[in-house]
Design a protein around this ligand. Structure first.
Ligand SMILES: CC(C)(COP(=O)(O)OP(=O)(O)OC[C@H]1O[C@@H](n2cnc3c(N)ncnc32)[C@H](O)[C@@H]1OP(=O)(O)O)[C@@H](O)C(=O)NCCC(=O)NCCS
Length: 171
């Protein structure tokens, strides 16, 4: 299969925070942001694989900054690494200042999607070739994140998580 770049899967969703999407502090409800990130990640995974894709795991979410009612929120998703049938999607969330128009990073998340056929059976996806420094950094770290996710899900023995173990071994 022909390799693709992360840029080819780039997906940008921009939307407002409306009153029905907020918590009692008038900030964006966490579950609403998770849903927006899932949608953007799903489109990125589909653009990379051109197959049906399903969310296999939400590996990491950091709600670093509250997002107030009325904010313009941009969710940017890209495939950071593909494996056999699974893809890691890295998501950056930006909030736009109303007056200056400047964007600041509010949150980030990492999701895993799997490409499947019409019966739900996993199918192979194209390899990926990162281009920028950030894409290369995210690509490099993706294997240990996959191993951590599989260990936590009880699908891999900790002893087999070689990349993950290497993190804890002093050099
Ligand atoms: C995701 C799903 C297709 C995986 O099926 P499976 O029978 O576990 O298949 P496999 O064991 O062959 O795993 C397929 C791939 O997913 C990866 N995977 C499975 N669980 C994972 C997890 N928790 N974290 C990271 N990767 C995972 C495997 O490592 C494998 O990757 P690879 O092919 O790139 O090496 C299956 O569990 C499923 O359909 N889940 C429901 C998905 C869904 O409905 N999502 C929406 C939730 S409402």
């Amino acid at each position: 299969m022909q390799a693709k770049t992360p840029e080819e899967s780039k997906t940008i969703l921009t939307d407002l925070v409306l009153p029905s999407e907020t918590n009692p502090l008038n900030n964006l409800f966490g579950g609403e942001l998770l849903a927006r990130m899932d949608r953007a990640a799903s489109i990125a995974a589909r653009r990379h694989s051109r197959r049906i894709v399903v969310t296999a795991s939400v590996n990491h979410v950091a709600f670093n900054k509250a997002v107030p009612l009325g904010s313009v929120v941009t969710v940017e998703a890209k495939v950071s690494r593909s494996f056999k049938s699974s893809m890691e999607i890295y998501i950056d969330v930006w909030v736009e200042d109303r007056e200056s128009g400047q964007r600041s990073k509010a949150n980030e998340a990492i999701y895993t999607f799997v490409a499947v056929d019409e019966t739900g059976t996993p199918v192979n996806v194209p390899p990926i070739e990162p281009e920028t420094e950030l894409e290369k950094k995210r690509y490099e770290a993706a294997l240990r994140r996959k191993q951590l996710s599989l260990v936590l899900a009880g699908k891999m023995k900790p002893g087999d998580a070689t990349e993950l173990k290497a993190l804890f071994v002093e050099s």
